[in-house]
Design a binder for this molecule. Sequence first.
Ligand code: ZN
Length: 296
Amino acid sequence: MIARNMVATLVAAAMLLNGKVRTVRRKAEEGEIILSVYFHSPSKKLFTGCVKWFLKNGFTFITASDLEQIASREKPFPKSAVLFTVDDGWQSNKENIAAVANEYKIPVTIFASTAPIEKDGAYWWSYIAKAKEQGLITQSVGELKKLPNEERIKILSSIKEKLSLPREALTKKELQQIAQTPYVHIGSHTVTHPILSKCNDDTAAYELSTSKKQLEEWLGKPVDHFAYPNGNYTPREIRNLKKDGYKLAFTTQPGYITRSHLDNLYELPRFDVLEDVSFAENITRMTGAWFAKKVF
Ligand SMILES: [Zn+2]
């Protein structure tokens, strides 16, 4: 009886989510919402699966620049539209995202942090996770994210003296290569991927302006779009982004892009796709059905 109830609960939950997914598709079809989805380092199978799911369901892929034009009313609010973004600039993105975007002719924006591209080695949180695993430190990545930036850097530097990890980010050459096709757009994700709300004013300003200049120099074109590392920001970050000439920025707040978001392009919501859950769960994540309570 208990087992039967558990199955029934699962079936009911699946039906409920299926109904919610249908509702989301209808709202998108009617031009009420734009779906906004983000990735980090998905497998080729997962990313291709997500692209195919949206194509099969009649969605059109739009770019971050399209959003600017929709906001300025040069383009109408689209029907059945989805926007794919990718955070950090992982080396795996070349094969698993850029190649797939080119094959299916769908646009993606990859938000890259410039320091991990310039230097060999891993993203900072990988050092922390490894050091904790080896008993070199007791703090977790989550705990370090809560520290003032200077303290986090101090701990990180001492770990880097003892640990060497392989490269995780794209190289500069790879970034330049993938940015050459019409389907791969590059945005900024700061220089060092700090928690911006934990940085002092100088560091916070440097992280936004220097990454923009660096990427523009590498790519030879304007870089106008931004994603907040770890989703953290304060009103100061929005002021700095505007001053630097960034046109829009994405948070990690789950939500659909609606007309009301177009009045403030610096707090655009996104739904995350996870790399270690079932594809069925990711469908409910991408469509926001998973988060239904929070976003409707
Ligand atoms: Zn990130």
